[in-house]
Design a protein around this ligand. Structure first.
Ligand code: 13P
Length: 251
């Protein structure tokens, strides 16, 4: 049995005041979470603040990105994996579609970042997903396969037992349009099947989150699908009640 995992991607939102208010709400309800792994991923500058204000051991902290260079050096503006570890970040989101589309991150860079994270025992949350155009033109599976292959080529299938995959259809992110449970399950099954072709034990173990307009009212049905093991939550993770309700739906 895979233990469900729900992570909140706060994106570039928040202030000390709003984060304190959010975390206070999470702390108050953390004892209701049940059998689910939970993490929140604040903007890098607030990772330490979140870590210090979260009082529940049931809520881990992760980052939203990190440098491809593994050690410190002359890379203005970057945050290294060692710095994440220094602040007890257990997870790092890599290859989010916003990083791919807005900041031009390539499959090759993302694959290197996954390798750097794994080498340093930080769990990568590897995001994959197709645009609406790709889905409608029938290349959805090949797009996702290419995104996965880039990482598989660099780290190998065995390493995927320590990778979390997040399937995030780009058209469902921040749009209020959620993939239907059947649409999401189809892609999750495709991803797991692809990994199973390489190593069935790893495929059986790997956590595959769904992300894209998950809300308290659609979470249970999505998480009830056979190959959906929790979610990567954007907007709804900024509201303590909504995020806790989504975590409970996975547990
Ligand atoms: P929303 O939940 O706001 O659609 O965002 C999903 C996402 O991009 C999480 O990484």
């Amino acid at each position: 049995m895979r233990k469900p995992f729900v992570a909140g991607n706060w994106k570039m939102h928040g202030s000390k005041a709003s984060i304190l208010s959010l975390v206070t709400g999470l702390n108050a309800q953390a004892n209701q979470l049940g059998d689910v792994d939970v993490a929140v991923c604040p903007p890098a500058i607030y990772v330490d603040y979140a870590k210090r204000t979260i009082s529940s051991e049931a809520i881990a902290v992760g980052a939203q990105n990190m440098a491809v260079e593994p050690v410190q050096g002359a890379f203005t503006g970057e945050v290294s994996v060692e710095m994440l570890k220094d602040f007890d970040c257990e997870y790092v989101i890599l290859g989010h579609s916003e990083r791919r589309a807005i900041f031009g991150e390539t499959d090759a860079e993302i694959a290197q970042k996954v390798k750097v994270a794994l080498t340093n025992n930080v769990t990568p949350i590897l995001c994959v997903g197709e645009t609406l155009e790709e889905r409608e033109s029938g290349v959805m599976e090949s797009v996702i396969a290419t995104q996965l292959d880039a990482v598989l080529d660099v780290v190998g299938i065995d390493a995927f037992s320590s990778v979390v995959i997040a399937y995030e259809p780009v058209w469902a992110i921040g749009t209020g349009v959620t993939a239907s449970p059947a649409q999401a399950q189809e892609v999750h099954a495709f991803i797991r099947g692809k990994l199973a072709g390489l190593n069935s034990a790893v495929a059986e173990k790997v956590i595959i989150q769904y992300g894209g307009s998950v809300k308290p009212d659609n979470a249970k049905e999505l998480f009830g699908q056979a190959d959906i093991d929790g979610g990567l939550i954007g907007g709804a993770s900024l509201n303590a009640d909504d995020f806790i309700a989504i975590c409970k739906a996975a547990g």
